[in-house]
Design a protein around this ligand. Structure first.
Ligand SMILES: CC(=O)SCCNC(=O)CCNC(=O)[C@H](O)C(C)(C)COP(=O)(O)OP(=O)(O)OC[C@H]1O[C@@H](n2cnc3c(N)ncnc32)[C@H](O)[C@@H]1OP(=O)(O)O
Ligand SMILES: O=C([O-])CC(=O)C(=O)O
Length: 369
């Protein structure tokens, strides 16, 4: 017996995040609590070390992230030479792989070296996304600042100006909400890769590839494309009904695990409401709410993390093809935690397939085919 898509299959034990009866926790702390109160840096520490940091531990992690946020000049040149029109997720996949070439410890496998690489990767991944976003517009990258939070620094490197406090807070919350999610497809991919005892860069590169697809992280960008295509609230209902009649999936709805709603969506919905008002473009929230109503009514499906995050990022002035790379920036914290957990109690991940192909076939020489 096989289970298509491994639905409901428990593949390993983990003590990083849990989804029990629709409640999401990181290391046992409720996601609502973290979303309201935690900085992304605290969440990184929590995921990697299994406890909230004290002040000294948090200050140290912040310092480590800040001093490691620059990327090698060679990588900037590489990014400069990349075609300007390619998808930033493809760029990120290549750039993270390339980053390993400039890390002397890339293949060193002890725990301390892995933690040092984790800090470097987490610190640099945001810089890579921001640098390419500017380079493709013919602008120079903005060097990271040591005095800003992870969230503020990312927005600063992207735009060249410091974000308003409300923007920093919203972006921080989005990072916290996207940080980890049990055995989602990209995390599982990372674990499969490193379970061969391959290195952390290979794990993250594989995970980025898995996150890119529209059934996973790639949905957030497509949600924004849909909102833009709809354009006005009055057109939303007919647009969705037409898609459903054509048996098309509505991006940002449904979930393999949550059948009664994604607990992250309400936070993003409220952020979307506030930010779209602030930017004077409430229509993105209003169209989203209308879609939400129609999809629930017609299909009984609820929004996932990718739905309201689209209008949140748009309201922060971020191009829609950067939405999934930003998801990768946040999820690197979770990917790393899972990679470290996998190394700590490793066994090769190698399931079986049920063979359903032809049997007892003879080899036919080429000239007889
Ligand atoms: C961060 C994240 O990865 S969150 C997920 C992001 N992805 C998306 O938003 C893409 C849209 N959603 C989907 O494709 C799915 O809901 C997934 C991939 C998230 C979950 O997939 P699965 O658990 O495999 O559910 P599956 O695709 O089998 O759907 C079950 C039924 O609901 C329908 N359905 C599920 N999601 C949707 C949707 N978004 N729109 C319309 N119908 C849907 C399917 O067509 C299927 O109907 P059927 O039984 O009549 O064939
Ligand atoms: O868990 C999943 O399948 C997808 C998801 O919501 C995530 O990765 O955040």
């Amino acid at each position: 017996m096989t289970t298509k898509g491994l639905e409901g299959v428990v593949a390993a034990e983990s003590s990083i995040s849990s989804i029990i009866d629709g409640v999401l926790t990181y290391r046992g702390i409720h996601i609502d609590d973290l979303a309201e109160n935690a900085s992304f840096e605290e969440v990184i520490y929590l995921l990697w070390y299994g406890k909230l940091p004290n002040k000294a531990e948090l200050d140290q992690l912040k310092r480590d992230l800040a001093v490691n946020a620059h990327i090698p000049d060679e990588l900037i040149e590489h990014l400069r030479l990349m075609p300007k029109t390619v998808h930033p997720m493809a760029v990120l996949r290549t750039a993270v792989s390339a980053l390993s070439l400039y890390d002397d410890e890339a293949d060193q496998m002890d725990k301390e070296a892995n933690l040092r690489k984790a800090v470097r990767l987490q610190a640099k991944i945001g810089t890579i996304v921001a640098a390419f976003a500017r380079l493709r517009e013919g602008k120079d990258p903005v060097a990271p600042r040591k005095d800003l939070s992870y969230a503020a620094n990312f927005l600063y490197m992207l735009k060249g100006t410091e974000p308003e406090e409300i923007q920093e807070k919203a972006f921080n919350k989005a990072l916290v909400l996207h940080a980890d999610h049990e055995f989602n497809a990209s995390t599982f991919t990372a674990r499969v890769t490193v379970a061969t005892l391959s290195d952390i860069y290979s794990g993250i590169t594989s995970a980025i590839g898995a996150l890119k697809g529209p059934l996973h992280g790639g949905a957030n960008e497509r949600v924004m494309a849909m909102l833009e295509e709809i354009g006005e609230v009055d057109k939303a209902e007919a647009y969705i009904l037409d898609k459903l009649a054509n048996k098309e999936k509505i991006m940002g709805f449904g979930h393999r695990v949550y059948k009664n709603g994604d607990p992250r969506a309400k936070h993003l919905r409220e952020m979307s409401r506030q930010l779209t008002q602030l930017t004077g473009e409430p229509k993105w929230f209003e169209i989203s709410v209308k879609i939400d109503e129609v999809v629930q009514r017609e299909k009984g499906l609820l929004p996932n993390v990718d739905f309201y995050s689209a209008s949140v990022y748009h309201s922060l002035g971020i191009s829609r093809d950067l939405f999934t790379p930003i998801f990768a920036v946040a999820r690197t914290s979770g990917w790393v935690a899972h990679i470290l957990e996998q190394y700590d109690n490793n066994r090769l991940i190698r399931p079986r397939a049920e063979y359903v192909g032809p049997q007892k076939q003879a080899y036919v020489p080429l000239e007889q085919r």
